[in-house]
Design a protein around this ligand. Sequence first.
Ligand code: NIG
Ligand code: FE
Length: 407
Amino acid sequence: MIVLHSAAQIATPLDSGDFQILNDAAIAYDNETIKFVGPSKEVLDQFRKAKKINVAGKVLIPGFVDSHTHLVFGGDRSQEYLMRLCGATYQEIAASGGGILHTMRETRAGSPDELTEKALSNLKLMLKNGTTTVEVKSGYGLSWEHERKLLKIVEALKKQTSIDLVSTFLGAHDFPPEVSRENYVRQVIDEMLPQVAEEKLAEFCDVFCDQGYYSIEQTREISNRAKQLGLKIKLHVDELADVGGAALAAELKAVSADHLIFANDDGIRKMAKAKVCAVLLPGTSIGLKSGKHAPARRMVESGVRVALATDFNPGTCYSHSMLFMMQLGALLYRLNAEETLTAATLNAAAAIDRSDQIGSLEPGKQMDCLVFDIPHYGYLFYNLGVYHLETVIKRGKVAWNKNQKQG
Ligand code: NIG
Ligand code: FE
């Protein structure tokens, strides 16, 4: 048993829906599991024999859950980003051979070893930025050979990082140039999905349902097949235009609908009723420069559970930092500090169907905890661009510390 005591604050959402801020607080944990959180004196009295670590002057929060990333890819699209800074749009760049298909070519050319090395170095950056669980999508292979290669790499990565990874099959991310759109949809439904299920290569199926990409009908058919095969549903929807994706996510009882920049009120109401989590991606939203951001306040007020994620990918958002997303999210979406921190932890855990295990500092949950050298949790938001993270504890072990090499 270990007790971290005398923390300036422990700030955490709770499964009850409340948000708890304890001053002069302690947390007791045994191996991977949290046993007690409370005032320091009470915890120290109760766990007299535990190993005691003084964290005076520090703030403790749950580890971040990044519930939407495209972690495994080859190559680099920094030039496209610079073009976007000069005014080119994401769609214009994609139409001229850039975008997802640019990364598809570089990913297909990458050997499993190269792609794994690159993903591992990005995971290290995520860990040192406080992320303890990451959802990872395939989607830059766009043929069964290469989609399988990516999902196999994720399986192998799970054994090489202290971060927990959750796999999502996103074969329907774009349309590859070598077959017709109709034929590719048939391949996804008739060939790829049954293989993904048989080899247990992913827990979720995702589709990029948007203007110029997968239609509502195609997305419905792919997702229904995935559900029949036992996969859970995530969707990229309404990122580029309002295509009615939010309502479709509700109809399909998706675990999450992501992006939602152009989501309409009817779709938001339906998502609330169907308990679909909204995963908002503020880095992508500002990067697209459409001048629109997801209607987060309307979602919160309608009872939708709102999560924040990086969307880490080489095109629309190259950021490893959930703290940056929190600071952006708070400002862009008019979310308060409690709502924002909940969005990066407990609601993000719900968006990957893990809220019973992670996302809050409560007895019975996994000990995934961040230690910050700040006097008050408000500094997570207040100190723009500077983060003061000292230690990342994953499953009860120090996985990263600012003074030592990664363990
Ligand atoms: O979530 N919208 C689709 N997929 C990514 C972008 C992928 C890319 O541009 O490479 C996203 O924004
Ligand atoms: Fe994405």
